[in-house]
Write a protein that binds this ligand. Structure first.
Ligand SMILES: Cc1cc2nc3c(=O)[nH]c(=O)nc-3n(C[C@H](O)[C@H](O)[C@H](O)COP(=O)(O)OP(=O)(O)OC[C@H]3O[C@@H](n4cnc5c(N)ncnc54)[C@H](O)[C@@H]3O)c2cc1C
Length: 487
């Protein structure tokens, strides 16, 4: 850039926020409300991924798809139904929720609170200084980087030559394809795959590792794999891709084992990563080679610079991004706030059954050298699971054997995203198992499965269950296989 043409507005600003997404917007509004002069630089929609391209639209789709599924349950539980899916109400609800992907309301709110917004790409050009277009701004307190992450496009032969979809395309769909291949069986691939399948799309998911949701407990993944199989979703695990082609109106994915998978559309959902290479971090002595910005527990990356959200690599969740923005706001405003802490970050996958997990998995604990006791409870064999007639579901607890506190917990089952609230409290407070065993659980609830898992109640009454109850037996064998194949 020609530095002569750069206009400077030294001293006029307290904080510059680069990236006004989930955490950038939240932080800006907190600082503006406290009376600071804030400039936000946004090269995307103000409000970010969660509001327009991520959590909110995807969860609206899931709500709709689950309604279809629930209606289909009528036949086995309460009568007869004939379900005819229609994507149009979903597309119009998304379009309304995002104002047709227009951030005018958010921009207006930002400016009415006293903030200045500049649309463009922000680049750090010196200590506490950011340049956008031909304007350079130096901030009194400093710069906050909240530039998020983007979909990873893996270097697969042929992929860059075909017209694949990312999640951005899916959020704006007005009409569904007949069939879809999804590369990646992580949270996004599983959530969107199940939505599409419930709307009648033929879905095939290709996953490189041993299981769907491979970072979660294998018992949890197995519940999802089993459910997906029942719903007609084809899952290809342990599958490396050799090449992708588009031929005769179809995408063709050739696997290393010789199989070829074809379908009408291709969605790449192989993860997300931050890109900090163009941010100019090196001008203030911060390395840009590690892929994420290293921060301390106050989210400080250096003198006069903070980073928050996905760009820090501390967990790509809205709740982590908002945890960060609260800490940065307190740090800048000189208010007290506990330091960032990650031992109890909840992870929810909004599949059906939902997955709710928190803290360490068994494998993570073992890798960290901790001796653990593990309890696995199959949810079809809990009171509520049985009443609800669920076929698959599991709860798993990872307990530190040295002090009998809970290190991690996972559930795949109805409302797991809500039950994980209780599990998160237990892991966050490093709660002794005896506390959890001795509390009173409402009966019959899904969260009460925790009490049953810990043997808190229900020993006698469990005789009402048929020991040959099919769901439980099948699950037992599956779990055994899942654990063996992942260790
Ligand atoms: C399909 C999908 C579903 C998801 N579902 C969930 C969920 O259910 N629950 C959950 O907790 N999380 C979910 N997430 C993740 C969640 O959306 C993100 O973790 C969160 O939005 C990250 O917030 P952030 O503040 O780090 O960045 P973002 O919200 O991504 O905002 C970053 C902004 O910075 C802008 N930017 C980048 N570089 C520059 C630059 N140089 N100058 C100016 N602007 C720049 C970007 O354009 C973007 O607008 C989902 C994500 C996706 C994709």
């Amino acid at each position: 850039m020609d530095t002569q043409s750069v206009k400077t507005r030294e001293g006029a600003v307290d904080v510059v926020v680069i990236g006004v997404g989930t955490s950038g917007e939240d932080l800006s509004l907190q600082l503006l409300d406290a009376g600071l002069k804030v400039v936000g630089i946004a090269n995307g929609l103000v409000g970010g991924e969660c509001a327009y391209w991520g959590c909110i639209p995807s969860k609206m789709m899931i709500r709709a798809a689950n309604t279809l599924h629930e209606a289909r349950q009528l036949n086995s539980l309460a009568g007869h139904s004939r379900v005819t899916p229609d994507w149009e109400p979903v597309a119009s609800r998304l379009s309304e929720a995002t104002s047709e992907w227009d951030d005018a309301i958010a921009v207006d709110r930002y400016e009415k609170r006293g903030g200045r917004l500049i649309k463009g790409i922000g680049k750090i050009t010196g200590p506490r200084t950011v340049t956008v277009g031909d304007e350079s701004i130096t901030a009194r307190y400093g710069i906050v980087v909240a530039t998020g992450s983007k979909p990873v496009i893996p270097p697969i032969k042929g992929l860059s030559e075909v017209d694949y979809w990312t999640t951005y395309d899916v959020m704006k769909l007005k009409k569904l394809p007949k069939s879809l291949i999804i590369l990646g069986g992580g949270a996004i691939g599983c959530e969107l795959g199940q939505v599409m399948a419930r709307f009648g799309v033929d879905v095939k998911i290709i996953e490189r590792s041993n299981h769907l949701l491979d970072k979660e407990e294998p018992e949890v993944s197995t519940v999802l794999e089993r459910t997906f199989a029942d719903e007609g979703i084809s899952v290809f695990t342990k599958s490396s891709i050799r090449q992708v082609r588009y031929t005769d109106g179809l995408f063709a994915v050739a696997l290393e084992d010789g199989k070829e998978i074809t379908n009408e559309r291709l969605l790449v959902a192989t993860g997300r990563k931050a890109d900090i290479s163009e941010l100019g971090l090196e001008t203030i002595g911060i390395p840009s080679t590690s892929g994420t910005i290293q921060v301390d527990d106050r989210m400080r990356a250096g003198d006069g610079i903070w980073a928050m959200g996905d760009v820090t690599g501390k967990g790509m969740f809205t709740h982590v991004a908002l945890h960060h923005s609260a800490i940065v706001a307190s740090d800048i405003l000189g208010r007290s706030h506990p330091p960032a802490s990650y031992h109890a970050v909840p992870r929810v996958v909004f599949s059906d059954p939902e997955v709710g997990a928190v803290g360490m998995t068994e494998l993570e604990a073992k890798k960290a050298g901790i001796e653990v006791t593990v309890i696995v409870k199959q949810l079809p064999a809990t009171f509520r699971g049985w009443i609800h007639a669920i076929k698959y579901g599991v709860m798993k607890l990872v307990i530190d054997r040295n002090n009998n506190t809970i290190l991690g917990a996972s559930m795949a089952g109805p409302n797991a995203g809500e039950v994980v609230g209780l599990l998160t409290l237990a892991v966050h407070a490093r709660m002794p198992i005896d506390e959890l065993r001795n509390m009173i659980y409402a009966y019959p609830t899904f969260y009460g499965g925790l009490g049953e898992a810990l043997g808190a109640y229900g020993r006698g009454l469990t005789t009402i269950f048929d020991p040959e109850y099919k769901g439980v037996k099948v699950l037992d064998e599956m779990m055994q296989k899942a654990v063996t194949s992942s260790t």
